[in-house]
Design a protein around this ligand. Structure first.
Ligand code: AGP
Length: 609
């Protein structure tokens, strides 16, 4: 997903833009660029690769001016080249634009502009924008942008500057997020609050279909239709410290280590004495006893957490739960009604497919309860009720602390639904909470064994593997999917996760000499089945790495390597096996020299389909 920054004020824009782009690096990108307005002209510097290279380039060609825009590009249309990097310009280089999103009808627009004699410099969909703005320009950039966007279909967040309007910075939002920062004699634009925090906490989250016109001293908002929008100034709550590795080599490792504290925070926020207290359920609380069905929608790691949520809610509350990948859900014409509670699970709250699934659910009359980490995010603003993860900003592209926070929140929600529907009495709820209050310590116990996990991960049988498998059953079938995703997305090893019971239905054909198979075999009702799966794998010379309960000698005898976790209730075991699986993936990726925090081809939040 791309990143946008903008500035207008008395200070020189360039250092502010570059610092802002550095704070957006976590989103994943493959090129970057900046442009400023000064002395009646626009100045630009663009570069494929990292922001450090762009910064170095600007040292030899500094950009003047107190108004500017910057961009990190995650390539969709056209490769990561200097020509395709943003900002993009009109023919006279008098208008510059940076864009996040996809222009769905760019082919038609490009063809029409070509027919009018426009020359394009890039392969991107975004480049139609500056040419359209030029075509509609009659002396005010804001009016030109509004008129041009009337021709545009698709998702966008964009920032625009113009050589003829020094000091003016225009922004527009249709889907992809965009935030205005209110400074003292300055105004800012950014894709999220991180770049704004060193300058201001007074922010305005642009709504879908809204534009802004900023100068150093003025902030004007209006709709695409031209109506004036009141200034909805809020205080950004996010923690600037999150943009700092706090001494860890990578954000991912820092965030793995933050998990016990996040779980503690959630238990403190959502329980009181022996009860679950979920303050932001809104009107959903009254409806919970009558809800007939729950539909969870999510993507990636959040989908894995949603699968565990299904097992938890059905086990504790006996309410039927369906779990869909959001990109499938939104196109399969799902059966929804007012008796369905739809739960989008999303760290960023900006994932395009999950956001569109929310809109589909609301259009069908279903209530929406968001399990979200980022306050003020699009899903958070459109949901009827919220369960915040309170995990703090998650910077590493590979989700870790958000995943265990999602599981904890869904477990607490499952207990609350069980209590409200009379499926669990107060004593049983209290007993589960006692067990849950021990989980942060158990997670810490597992994290404290990172050195042993690293030693295993660095063994050639794992770090040099070309393929690998993860298997689990019951509550830990989703754990196997998540362990596989973690390893594949940061090590680039081809890894698949399977329900262990499925092995004989095909996947066991892949088991041959030396293939690593990670078996999640903690003590629980399906332990014996997993033990049998391990025997089948060993009989075919697969390398077995077992995730086993501390003290389990039986598993050690039939495994090549074992990572231990402390004993816990089966329903909560995904929380405890998560950090060993995260650390295993982290150290394998490290051994392979991968870019752990910004793996190739990936973005932190996928705000385009
Ligand atoms: C997980 O490690 C990945 N980064 C990715 O699968 C992520 O979980 C997915 O894109 C969903 O993101 P969200 O939670 O912000 O909606």
């Amino acid at each position: 997903m791309c990143g946008i920054v903008g500035f207008t004020g008395e200070d020189t824009a360039l250092p502010i833009l570059l610092d802002g782009l550095r704070r957006l690096e976590y989103r994943g990108y493959d090129s970057a660029g900046v442009a400023t307005a000064a002395s009646g002209a626009l100045h630009t510097c663009k570069n494929p690769g990292k922001i450090a290279a762009l910064t170095a380039k600007t040292e030899t060609q500094p950009l003047p001016g107190g108004t500017g825009i910057g961009h990190t590009r995650w390539a969709t249309h056209g490769g990561p080249t200097e020509a395709n990097a943003h900002p993009h310009f009109d023919g006279d280089c008098g208008i510059a634009v940076v864009h996040n999103g996809i222009i769905e009808n760019y082919r038609e627009l490009r063809a029409a502009l070509l027919a009018e004699g426009v020359c394009f410099r890039s392969e991107t969909d975004s480049e139609v924008l500056p040419h359209l703005f030029r075509k509609h320009y009659r002396g005010r950039l804001l009016d030109a942008v509004r008129a041009a966007l009337d021709e545009v279909q698709g998702a966008y967040a964009l920032a625009v500057i113009c050589a003829d309007e020094p000091g003016v910075l225009v922004g527009a939002r249709q889907g992809s997020p965009l935030v205005v920062g209110i400074g003292d004699g300055a105004h800012y634009l950014a894709s999220d609050v991180q770049p704004l925090l060193p300058h201001t906490r007074q922010v305005i989250y642009l709504g879908t279909g809204e534009l802004c016109e900023l100068t150093p001293d003025t902030c004007h908002l209006e709709t695409l239709a031209g109506g004036v929008v009141p200034l909805r100034i809020e205080t950004a709550g996010q923690d600037e410290a999150a943009a700092d590795k706090a001494g860890y080599p990578h954000f991912m490792l820092k965030e793995i280590h933050q998990q016990p504290a996040v779980l503690e925070r959630l238990l403190g926020a959502y329980t009181q004495d022996d009860r679950v207290v979920l303050p932001e359920l809104g009107g959903i609380a009254e409806a919970l006893p009558a809800i007939r069905r729950i539909q969870i929608v999510a993507c990636g790691t959040a989908w894995h957490a949603g699968l565990i949520g299904k097992y938890l809610i059905e086990t504790f509350a006996r309410v039927p739960v369906e779990v869909d990948v959001a990109s499938e859900f939104r196109y399969r014409n799902p059966v929804l009604d007012s008796d369905t509670l739809v739960i989008p699970v999303s760290q960023s709250g900006e994932t395009a497919d999950t956001l569109e699934a929310v809109r589909l659910a609301k259009a069908a009359g279903a209530m929406v309860l968001g399990v979200i980490n980022v306050p003020g995010s699009s899903i958070a603003r459109e949901a009827d009720g919220l369960l915040y993860l309170q995990a703090g900003p998650e910077i590493g592209v590979a989700s870790t602390k958000a995943y265990t926070a999602q599981i904890m929140v869904l477990a607490l929600f499952a207990l609350q639904v069980a209590a409200l529907r009379g499926m669990m009495d107060a004593k049983a709820v209290a007993q589960h909470l006692v067990e849950m209050r021990g989980l942060p310590g158990k997670v810490q116990w597992a994290i404290d064994r990172a050195p042993a996990i690293e030693a295993i991960a660095r063994l050639p049988r794992y770090a040099q593997a070309r393929n690998a498998m993860f298997i689990g059953r019951g509550f830990n079938f989703p754990s196997a999917l998540e362990g596989a995703l973690k390893l594949k997305e940061i090590s680039y090893i081809h890894v698949e996760g399977y329900a262990a019971g499925e092995m004989k239905h095909g996947p066991i054909a892949l088991v041959t000499d030396g293939i690593p198979v990670v078996c999640i075999a903690t003590q629980g009702p399906v332990y014996d089945k997993l033990a049998s799966n391990i025997q089948e794998i060993r009989a075919r010379n697969g390398h077995v790495l077992s995730i086993a309960t501390e003290g389990d000698a039986e598993i050690a005898e039939v495994s090549d390597d074992v990572i231990h976790v402390p004993p816990c209730t089966d329903a909560f075991s995904p929380l405890v096996v998560a950090s060993p699986l995260q650390l295993f993936a982290y150290y394998v990726a490290l051994a392979l020299g991968r870019d752990v925090d910004q793996p190739r081809n990936l973005a932190k939040s996928v705000t385009v389909e």
